[in-house]
Design a binder for this molecule. Structure first.
Ligand SMILES: Cc1ncc(COP(=O)(O)O)c(C=O)c1O
Length: 371
């Protein structure tokens, strides 16, 4: 068809609901921000995407340099890396599927269970990818909002789940940082819908439901090397799935959804767990210090968090303005103004020098605000 034949041409062939849906809003890449602000990249304090300030293990750098099979496709069965991950988590290799970041596994879960019109339950405030995937698969998204302390409304959740196919739930939750207990998960599992527990931040708390997957045929745990192991840029995530589901996943998964580089990086990370755990411990310690510093400002109210970030309510100033004024100083944080998280900032835990720069900037911005 020539471009003159119709008004919109082939765009009219795009699935209609996709034409209407808003896109996911990721954070801006650091080089773009640095250029706009006229600040060198290495002077930006990047606390907006819950990345690991210590980066990957030194073994990852060495391994990627040494590896010389980048021209060969990776193993589509992910055999070696599945064994290593299964060993790390304490599950069977047959329960593990890896992919291009945990986002890829969340997408795979949505692809497995959601036909147009099927119900997806979401527990806002929640990670934005869940709603984004619900829209892509044209699901009926049913929100069960969290309470004031960000806990789940279990009664409403059970009712919503009895007519649903799937629910996504992060523990610790992003952006609120709180955990869901095993008892709560078990109640959510009882109506029979598939519950995907997103454990992107599990290593910062030590709590995981991965081993409970073997006991429930409708529980999936999704995890990542992005946060605790500093591999966000390499895209290395995985799911722990009940075995009968795993068989289907291997049939519908894109064959090479884990790059050779990510596979190598995972193996090297798992060969250096004590060093990575030491970084996790430093982040947890810094989280405590950051919490104390924020709480000492009368106009800021941080919430306790089990992850590598803190949600913080702003009082007497617009959180968006605070975000902008931090940005002018080269300090990047996220801001939220949705139901349940009105006028809030989400601040990733960085190194102690990042906390110092952040707090000195917040001191200037907040000067004169009455508590
Ligand atoms: C709750 C949650 N799940 C998943 C992800 C995505 O992680 P990955 O880098 O593994 O795709 C994030 C990233 O911020 C997250 O906060």
């Amino acid at each position: 068809m020539s471009l003159d034949d119709s008004r919109d041409g082939a765009r009219d062939l795009v699935r209609e609901h996709l034409l209407r849906m808003p896109g996911y809003e990721p954070v801006e890449p650091i080089d773009v921000v640095a250029k706009r602000l006229g600040i060198p990249e290495d002077q930006i304090v990047k606390l907006d995407a819950n990345e690991n300030p210590y980066g990957p293990s030194a073994k990852v750098r060495e391994t990627l340099e040494r590896y010389d099979m980048y021209h060969i496709y990776p193993d589509p069965a992910q055999s070696r890396v599945r064994e290593a991950v299964a060993d790390y988590v304490g599950v069977e290799p047959g329960q593990v599927v890896l992919g291009n970041g945990s986002d890829d596994l969340l997408d795979l879960c949505a692809r497995l269970f959601l036909s147009p019109g099927d119900t997806l339950v979401n527990f806002p405030p929640a990670f934005g990818v869940y709603e984004f995937l619900g829209r892509i698969y044209d699901a009926n998204i049913v929100d069960v909002p969290r309470g004031e302390d960000f806990s789940l409304d279990l009664e409403r959740a059970e009712a919503a789940l009895s007519g649903a196919k799937l629910a996504f739930l992060a523990s610790p939750n992003n952006p609120t940082g709180n955990l869901t207990s095993l008892e709560e998960i078990e109640r959510l599992l009882s109506p029979g819908a598939v519950i995907v527990v997103d454990e992107a931040y599990a290593e910062f708390t030590g709590e995981s439901f991965a081993q409970a997957v073997g006991r429930h045929d409708n529980l999936i745990a999704v995890r990542t090397f992005s946060k605790w192991a500093g591999l966000a840029g390499l895209r290395a995530g995985y799911a722990i799935v009940p075995k009968p589901m795993a068989e289907v996943i291997w049939r519908v998964k894109i064959p090479y959804n884990l790059t050779a580089a990510a596979e190598q990086a995972i193996m090297a990370s798992l060969d250096d767990i004590p060093a990575l755990n030491a970084n996790v411990a430093r982040i947890i310690e810094e989280r405590g210090r950051l919490f104390g510093e924020l709480a000492s400002q009368s106009w800021l109210r941080p919430f306790e968090s089990e992850a590598n970030f803190l949600l913080c309510e702003v009082r007497g100033l617009m959180a968006k303005d605070v975000r902008d004024r931090l940005r002018e100083r080269g300090i990047l944080v996220r801001y939220f103004d949705a139901a349940g998280i009105k006028n809030c900032l989400r601040i990733s835990v960085g190194k102690s020098e990042d906390t110092d720069r952040l707090m000195s900037a917040l001191g200037e911005i907040g000067a004169g605000v009455a508590g």
